[in-house]
Ligand binder design. Structure first.
Ligand SMILES: *[C@@H]1O[C@H](CO)[C@@H](O)[C@H](O)[C@H]1NC(C)=O
Ligand SMILES: *[C@@H]1O[C@H](CO)[C@@H](O)[C@H](O)[C@H]1NC(C)=O
Length: 428
């Protein structure tokens, strides 16, 4: 046990620093939130969004074709372009956003982006009015930034033919990652003593956890919370089952981080995309030394603490493998091998050294990923210097961190950027 390794002076200083910066951060966040939330929730006259927002005329009229024999043979489906991706936290979703951004650009699709920051005022529930340039009846193809899911508002924003997609992660791993990434934003963690706050927290979660505490949701059933559900339910509460059914009914595909490539193949299949559309580099990954491996005991505690998410995950792990069976195990294995081959090929074309490096070794600021509070643990990439002309643009886009890509797609991120400056100044 390393709890008492720190000298009292150092610990005292770090507690003080934590308190001062935490207070500052909290005030800043609240201030920015007040400044940037629309003050009066205006009610929209109901103007129907079209059935589909695809450009193709055939999809604007979704009647069954009477002359179906005249459809070009061999073409069994048309790529789906109306997509709702529910971006959950700490679930490799930055990598998926990169895929969606590229697809959207390629097909000139319209994104429903947030305004002034990179999420829809998370953790408040999603409202249509938060969408940049929103007007009732308007056509949007893709929505994919962080939000707290709110079905009625999402439904009124998007066309009926939208494919709903999301991704889950093993709740123990997710909890560990969330604790690492967001722990410092949750004030009740400041009083946890010792270096290994995660272990200490899991030893006595009920003692430390304050369900009313600021940002507390980051540390309990975060997935369930992201879907707009109550994250403080007991495991056996009937509302857990209802919540799971709610997700089942709305999402056509629930992917799993642990089987990311298989998930992408199912995604490609569900959306009638091509293999090239799902080629990816892993973005926003933590450097190995900061990824703590949970002991079996800690893992069990983390799952018990996040029992609702654990039920959610187990349910969708089952349905996932049913989908893989329906797709064909062998076909899946072949497609995954093909995807890996293409990813490796792109990596050798685009990435200097072929892999991710630590933040300090990234030359271009345009390639610097956003870092968690208080450290530089997220890795990034250096674009190769002499990429041939045919690949240059694609390479750059595949490697571009989320915030830079959002800016390039025309999203004004002043709040996020201001917050980044404040952190630079106080060196946090
Ligand atoms: C089917 O196509 C043929 C030939 O183009 C056309 O004459 C016929 O009216 C079409 N039938 C219907 C029901 O649209
Ligand atoms: C998910 O399902 C697979 C196949 O049934 C199983 O092997 C695996 O252990 C499950 N994972 C979890 C975390 O339950």
């Amino acid at each position: 046990r390393l709890v008492l390794r720190q000298t009292p002076g150092r610990q005292w200083r770090s507690v003080c620093k934590g308190l001062v910066l935490g207070t500052l951060l909290t005030s800043c966040t609240i201030l920015l939130y007040c400044l940037s939330t629309p003050q009066i929730p205006f009610s929209h006259p109901e103007v129907q969004v079209p059935y589909s927002c695809a450009h193709r005329p055939s999809q604007l009229h979704p009647k069954p074709l009477t002359n179906s024999s005249q459809q070009p043979t061999g073409q069994t489906c048309t790529p789906k372009v109306d997509i709702m991706f529910m971006k959950t936290h700490k679930t490799a979703s930055s990598t998926l956003l990169n895929i969606l951004f590229r697809f959207g650009e390629k097909h000139r699709l319209k994104f429903a982006f947030p305004n002034s920051r990179n999420d829809f005022f998370y953790p408040s529930l999603f409202q249509r009015s938060q969408v940049k340039d929103y007007r009732p009846g308007m056509c949007f193809n893709i929505i994919c930034n962080h939000m707290r899911f709110n079905a009625p508002e999402v439904t009124k924003l998007l066309p009926v033919d939208t494919s709903y997609i999301t991704i889950l992660r093993d709740p123990a791993e997710l909890f560990e990652s969330s604790f690492h990434y967001f722990g410092r934003l949750v004030p009740f963690t400041w009083k946890i003593a010792g270096d290994d706050k995660l272990t200490e927290f899991l030893r006595k979660p009920h003692y430390y956890f304050d369900p009313e505490g600021f940002n507390a949701f980051y540390l309990k059933n975060l997935l369930f919370f992201d879907f707009g559900q109550d994250n403080t339910l007991e495991r056996e509460d009937p509302r857990v089952e209802e919540g799971i059914r709610f997700v089942t009914d709305r999402f056509q595909l629930v992917m799993l981080v642990e089987y990311f490539e298989e998930s992408l193949i199912l995604l490609k299949d569900a959306l009638c995309w091509e293999m090239d559309d799902v080629v990816f580099f892993k973005l926003n990954a933590r450097k190995g030394s900061t990824v703590s491996k949970l002991t079996p005991e800690l893992r069990a505690r983390a799952l018990e603490w996040n029992a609702v998410d654990w039920r959610l995950y187990q349910h969708f792990n089952q349905t996932f493998w049913k989908k893989v069976d329906a797709y064909g195990r062998r076909r899946m294995a072949e497609d995954v091998a093909e995807l890996r081959r293409r990813n490796a090929e792109m990596a050798s074309i685009c990435i200097e050294g072929g892999r991710a490096v630590e933040a300090g070794s990234i030359r271009e600021t345009a390639m610097q990923p956003w870092q968690p509070i208080g450290e530089k643990s997220i890795m990034g990439y250096n674009l190769k210097k002499n990429v041939d002309k045919a690949h240059r643009k694609l390479c750059r886009k595949m490697l571009m961190p989320e915030l830079q890509y959002l800016t390039e797609l025309g999203v004004n991120l002043w709040i996020t950027k201001l917050w980044g400056r404040v952190r630079d100044i106080i060196n946090w």
